[in-house]
Design a protein around this ligand. Structure first.
Ligand SMILES: Nc1ncnc2c1ncn2[C@@H]1O[C@H](COP(=O)(O)OP(=O)(O)OP(=O)(O)O)[C@@H](O)[C@H]1O
Ligand SMILES: [Mg+2]
Length: 304
């Protein structure tokens, strides 16, 4: 088996006059969890659809599981499980029926489907809901069913577009645990998410997009080191402009977001000294996170 699951080479896509994916290249290794990050409209779902052969690129080359897409996307799809950004379950059918119908799409026999459905219900912790109509499920249950449905063909590659959006923290942790289990069993995952914690926990590597262009790529830790590299001090409760001029000489960089100042401070003590005795300020010092990287790369208001 090839050790490259997905390869995009100089892929471009426009809708009308709008360039949505701009000369994008990346490769995802077999067994990797690869995250696509980017603000709303950056092109993440368009890329997911192109990998599935549902949207045709204007130029560039895409290979998925060793076959060219879209030319042979029907073949590629046999090895892919998909969690679309928006659930497209059949609301009139029961949980079990949704799984059965999906299995038939993949040409599975009734027997094969009967064999895998119980483990999928267990995987999604939906055993007690097997005969409930999907329309009666909560949003989180529907999402878990969509995830279970994506596994019916035992895919090598999972393409998951915001699998945990709209879920409560319990349901999100449950899905993280399930995704880690899938990764441990050797699956490859391409994941889009707006939750930086999710990307940091699950992804081996990330590609950050802005307006269809790759603006950064690397492991979460490498990106944090490269783009932030020191502790962050958040300051709220004061006048951002005044505070900025006060502490500017003592930090590497300051950014203002709303009423909060984000200071990148190799020597946080220096900043604390400047702020000593000022009433009403709330000061939080913490290690840098992927969220800082995202906000920095995709434009938190820059002050310095
Ligand atoms: N079928 C289409 N026709 C015209 N424009 C489209 C179509 N699909 C997507 N777009 C546009 O392409 C851009 C990228 O959309 P896409 O859905 O890929 O973004 P995204 O990164 O998934 O965003 P989000 O985080 O909001 O899900 C947007 O400006 C969107 O309006
Ligand atoms: Mg999207």
């Amino acid at each position: 088996m090839s050790n490259v699951a997905v390869d995009l080479n100089d892929v471009t896509k426009s809708f009308g006059s709008k360039l949505v994916v701009n000369g994008l290249s990346f490769a995802v290794g077999t067994g990797e969890c690869f995250g696509l990050l980017g603000p709303n409209g950056a092109g993440k779902s368009t890329i997911a659809r192109m990998l599935l052969g549902m949207t045709r690129p204007d130029s560039g080359k895409i290979t998925v599981l060793g076959v060219p897409v879209p030319a042979r996307s029907r073949l590629a799809r046999k090895g892919i499980g998909v969690v679309p950004q928006f659930d497209n379950l059949d609301l009139e059918f029961t949980v079990r029926e949704n799984l059965v119908v999906f299995g038939r799409y993949f040409g599975m026999s009734t027997r094969e489907i009967q064999r895998v459905v119980p483990s999928l219900l267990e995987f999604a912790r939906l055993e007690s809901k097997a005969d409930a109509r999907v329309g009666q499920l909560s949003g989180g249950m529907k999402r878990r069913l969509t995830l279970a449905r994506a596994l019916i063909n035992d895919p090598q590659l999972l393409i998951m577009d915001e699998p945990t959006t709209g879920l409560d923290p319990h349901a999100r942790h449950l899905i993280w645990e399930r995704l880690r289990f899938l990764l441990a069993s050797g699956k490859t995952i391409i994941l889009t998410t707006h939750f930086m914690e999710e990307a940091e926990r699950l992804c081996d590597r990330l590609c950050v997009l802005e307006r269809g262009r790759k603006i950064a790529e690397g492991s979460p830790h490498a990106l944090i080191d490269e783009h932030i590299g020191c502790n962050v001090i958040e300051i709220f409760g004061g006048n951002p402009q005044e505070l900025t001029s006060l502490i500017k000489p003592y930090v590497q960089r300051i950014e203002v977001s709303g009423e909060t100042l984000f200071c990148y401070a190799p020597d946080p003590e220096q900043v604390r000294v400047q702020l000593r005795g000022r009433a009403g300020l709330r000061i939080l010092e913490r290690p840098p996170s992927l969220e800082d990287v995202f906000l920095r790369l995709t434009g938190r208001e820059m002050e310095k």
